[in-house]
Design a binder for this molecule. Sequence first.
Ligand code: HPA
Length: 274
Amino acid sequence: MEDLFSQIETARAAIAGRTSITPRVGMILGSGLGGLADEIENATVIPYAEIPGFPRSTVHGHRGELAIGQLAGQPVMVLRGRFHFYEGYSMQQVTFPVRVMKALGCETLIVTNAAGGLRADWAVGDLMQIADQIFFPGMAGHHPLVGPNDDRLGLRFPAMVDAFDTELAALAHTVAREQGTTLHAGCYFMLTGPTFESAGELRFCRTFADAVGMSTAPEVVVARHGGMRVLGISLITNIALPDGPPANHIEVLEAGEAAKPKFAALLKGILAGM
Ligand code: HPA
């Protein structure tokens, strides 16, 4: 089998051969948030199935295609639908698209997700700038950088205390303020899922973090390994409290749907300000 570096190059070449645009910003749109991809101008849309090495998306609400074009004046590459560890993909597969983004020329990753809010005073539909993350599966060894390191891709021991770019975060807060959108800052706790958290797990998570979800952290790690700047934004789709009602996927998708215009406006404002 080809090594990772060659697999990335094969996927890069397949995508680059179909567009004349060099994307500078990579975006990953989470559950229910994919609609923004429809607003890309001069879009080249490529189903994941047509890209060598790309896994396929299996979750409802994730379409499984990427789009390259212009959005708010920036050359972007948008992943509509991501791969989750809970679907059975390896951490290497989950993060492969980020490697390809970087290889195509993206210097920045904007990553979004749907997350459960762990703060009782937050509301469904609020947004959270991810200022920090706890990659819980990674701490337990499910980590995309385990294995031989290819120095062409990044350092053996990349730092993560500065994973989230403070300038991009400041820009996000400025734009949110201008738009009258609530944007908290907080720590994102990643669990594998696919179960929503038990009461005890929620008590555990809220001791250390402000929102909980099943994605994002591995992509952030690999983006940082590759030297990309990272901005992360969570949409709070439910408030996940130990004594609250059980979470469910329908409410997650509905909250994503309701927040679409606001979230899209924020992301476009950020792109325009970059
Ligand atoms: N827990 C985990 N993942 C999630 C949640 C949640 O409450 N909401 C959206 N994604």
